[in-house]
Ligand binder design. Structure first.
Ligand code: HEM
Length: 453
């Protein structure tokens, strides 16, 4: 078990505050969230709905898995995210529309297709390593920014196969800027304010979003006329997808939303998870050394490839444990389609329910020393002994993250490649502050020192 005060980045409020709702909504989850199985935050009638939160694995399984059809996406997440990922994408689609989009995308996420992508993951990690080798950083590196660049290169390769289809730096900068409006859009959704209502920086953010959607539309248009490569990229599968029941194909707006949605969902979450893993390893030097040794034992100096990636068991456990302490998605929202109950709790149709992942992952009854870092928790036998819905970085049930295996292979490859060749050390400074928006980010980035080993 490795302890560090920085692993507890805030103290839960006994009473919710508007300041926390805007700054870090996790502060408003009360101390009982970490001990009980359910809590609720009162609404302010008629504008702010009451919200329900689950931290009991059985109740969570009931909502996400057993009775998944009885719940859709919640109004707050939809209102907050749909400025970015538009509502006709897979992420928001419901019913028959969701089913056929999910089926259309499934082949791209099959195991053998993903294993074939591992050399691309390695190349992207190597590109980052090469730039650190050529110009060793003299001061602290914002590892969150560095990981955004690596995972964006990965998603570009996976979605489009050839890099260079667009101005990557500008696209990425616009995407990161646009996500910064999320705390406001969530807060406004909470207050039932219209989406066009201004907030600090909103003009700029809307401009960035227009640019991002126009660029994505241009990529789709170019792709329609381009020759297919031997291994089709994910965008080619989207273009070719046909609903087996009706024969229809995705319209341009749906294609654009899905491509853009995959760009955001596919790179930002993995970037955040990798950044926290490296920031934690910078503190826990013993785990870092063990991971380095594993990478050397498994792959020596060779690039991590399809035949080695699945032997990196400890590397995978480090990522799993980092995502327990700092889950990239801190909550998963749902809303019942009609008035219902979950266990003894009554949930009216107009009230959202959240799986409180951050609190579930630090729950006192589910984890020994929940705030300590211990990759051994994910050794096979220990992991099997836990309830199925005690650990949910990717969700569960039919709407489980479609990119889960992609992300795990990608993150293991990148982490092993970088830790094998570089030492990561902590940087003295004030305690980090959480500023969750689309994902669980730290305010101002995550500084670490990086030196070649
Ligand atoms: C560490 C990396 C990632 C994490 C932690 C993560 C987490 C999640 C979570 C929590 C959900 C919501 C599940 C629900 O509502 O029940 C989700 C959905 C989704 N994710 Fe991921 N994700 C990651 C990587 C990816 C990648 C790499 C892709 C694609 C390349 C992706 C694409 C999606 C899509 C399209 C959905 C919507 C699925 C649906 O509604 O059917 N994610 N993800």
């Amino acid at each position: 078990m490795f302890h560090d005060p920085a692993f507890i980045p805030f103290t839960p409020n006994a009473r919710p505050s508007y300041r926390s709702a805007l700054r870090n909504f996790l502060e408003n989850w009360p101390p009982e969230a970490y001990r009980g199985g359910y809590f609720a935050l009162d609404g302010v009638w008629p504008i702010i709905p009451k919200t329900h939160y689950l931290t009991d694995p059985d109740l969570i399984e009931e909502m996400l898995v057993a009775r998944a059809d009885a719940f859709g996406r919640d109004i707050l997440t939809t209102a907050a995210l749909s400025a970015n990922i538009t509502e006709n994408a897979l992420f928001f689609a419901e019913g028959a529309e969701w089913r056929w989009q999910r089926r259309a995308l499934a082949p791209a996420f099959r195991h053998e297709h993903l294993l074939a992508l591992v050399p691309r993951f390695s190349e992207c990690a190597e590109a980052q390593a090469g730039s650190w080798r050529r110009a060793p950083p003299s001061g602290a590196v914002d590892i969150a920014h560095a990981m955004s660049q690596v995972t964006f290169a990965v998603i570009e390769r996976a979605l489009l196969s050839a890099p260079g289809a667009f101005d990557r730096d500008r696209y990425l900068a616009a995407m990161l800027a646009s996500l910064q409006g999320m705390a406001w859009t969530r807060f406004y959704a909470f207050l039932s304010l219209p989406r066009w209502f201004p907030y600090p920086g909103s003009r700029n953010i809307r401009g960035q979003l227009r640019y991002l959607h126009a660029e994505t539309a241009r990529i789709i248009a170019e792709r329609r006329t381009a020759a297919l490569s031997e291994t089709p990229a994910i965008v080619d599968l989207l273009l070719a997808a046909k609903d087996p029941e009706t024969g229809r194909q995705m319209s341009d707006p749906v294609l654009i939303s899905n491509l853009y949605g995959l760009m955001v969902a596919g790179h930002e979450t993995s970037a955040v998870a990798l950044a926290w893993a490296l920031w934690i390893l910078a503190k826990d030097q013993a785990s870092q050394e063990r991971l380095r040794q594993e990478a050397r034992d498994v792959a020596a100096d060779a690039a991590i490839g399809p035949e080695t990636v699945e032997k990196l068991h400890f590397t995978k456990q480090v990522i799993q444990e980092s995502m327990r302490l700092f889950p990239p998605a801190a909550a998963i929202g749902r809303q019942p389609r009609a008035d219902t109950t979950l266990g003894p709790y009554r949930i009216p149709a107009k009230e959202p329910v959240y799986v409180a992942i951050w609190a579930l992952h630090r729950h006192e009854k589910l984890w020994d020393e929940p705030n300590a870092f211990d990759p051994e928790r994910f050794a096979t036998e220990k992991a099997k002994a836990r309830p199925r819905c005690a650990y949910l970085p990717f969700g569960a049930g039919p709407r489980i993250c479609i990119g889960m295996s992609f992300a795990m292979l990608e993150m293991v490859t990148i982490l092993a490649t970088l830790v094998r060749d570089f030492r990561f050390e902590p940087v003295e400074g004030p305690l980090i502050e959480l500023a969750p928006d689309f994902t669980t980010r730290a305010k101002g980035g995550l500084p670490v020192r990086v030196t070649p080993v």
